[in-house]
Design a protein around this ligand. Structure first.
Ligand code: MN
Length: 151
């Protein structure tokens, strides 16, 4: 699942973790949101599923409250070690720019289907029930909607 991640990066040039870096995390699955000031500023939402970080690029800040839906574009799986990554990806490399951890925490998986994922996030900024639903908007089959569910 990490072939695409490996293929896009030169690990002698970028400080990002290789696909073989392992990371022991908490008993509960983890999520992270990385603010990525690249060519276009976006927020990478990643959560631990199937032993990797399933990843989505969210063009605007993820909503803390219910009522705002964000487009989330599915991107390649990342290794678990990526949840700790912050730093500068050098110019010319894939994703060149600054990565900062914007939020992190654990989550509980409530539902996982082909077109819908529901989780309870326990982060510092994102707390509550969040939904990812596949949408026809966005690039091909990669577009999802991401939002917080009203309590
Ligand atoms: Mn990114």
């Amino acid at each position: 699942m990490l072939e695409e991640y490996e293929k896009k990066r030169h690990f002698n040039k970028t400080p990002e973790p290789s696909a073989f870096d392992s990371r022991k995390c908490s008993d509960k699955p983890i999520f992270v949101v990385q603010r990525h000031d690249a060519r276009n500023l976006h927020y990478d939402f990643r959560m631990e599923l199937d032993g990797v970080l399933k990843s989505w690029a969210v063009p605007k800040e993820p909503p803390k409250e219910a009522g705002t839906r964000r487009l989330a574009i599915e991107t390649e799986d990342h290794p678990l070690a990526y949840a700790d990554f912050e730093g500068e990806i050098p110019a010319g490399e894939y994703g060149a720019g600054t990565v900062e951890i914007w939020d992190r925490g654990t989550f509980e998986l409530l539902k996982r289907e082909e077109r819908e994922i529901v989780v309870v996030l326990e982060g510092d900024k994102l707390k509550g029930t969040y939904v990812l639903i596949r949408t026809k908007y966005g690039k091909g089959e990669k577009g999802w909607l991401f939002f917080r569910k009203a309590d």
